[in-house]
Design a protein around this ligand. Structure first.
Ligand SMILES: [Zn+2]
Length: 137
């Protein structure tokens, strides 16, 4: 009768692992010595970094573009956020002409469907007067 194999082969494998690989001590040592104090990369001690986020007054010159603008309506003197409408403008027609000249006839209607090619009309939501018109030319 031959001896059976060792009942716990797993133990043999565990023994094979000596231990977890040694930590890379080589990296930790050179870092520990040199920095005397006040590392440039760490502005922790300079926590007084005053991030001045000064909010400018709302009286900045409003630029009427594609997005609604918070402004004062010159007609009813109300503080409103303008309502924007897209209207076919000269830029729209120019794009259309260019597309026609290039030869893309079916594409010449695209500018009329794309708001990015149209002028933007800013109207007052309370008195419905036109406040400004943003032309792309
Ligand atoms: Zn108004």
């Amino acid at each position: 009768m031959s001896a059976p194999p060792p009942p716990y082969p797993g133990k043999g494998q565990e023994a094979g692992y000596p231990a977890q690989p040694p930590p890379p001590q080589g990296y930790g040592q050179p870092y520990g010595a040199p920095p005397p104090a006040g590392q440039p990369g760490y502005p922790q001690q300079q926590g007084q970094t005053t991030v001045v986020v000064a909010q400018p007054a709302v009286t900045v010159v409003q630029q009427f573009r594609e997005s609604p603008v918070h402004t004062r309506c010159p007609h009813c003197q109300a503080e409103v956020v303008t309502a924007t409408q897209f209207e076919t403008g000269s830029f729209t027609w120019i794009i259309c002409l260019v597309l026609c000249i290039v030869g893309c006839i079916p594409c010449c209607i695209i500018p009329f469907c794309v708001d990015g090619c149209k002028d933007v009309i800013h109207t007052c939501p309370s008195c419905h007067q036109t406040i400004s018109r943003y032309s792309r030319l």
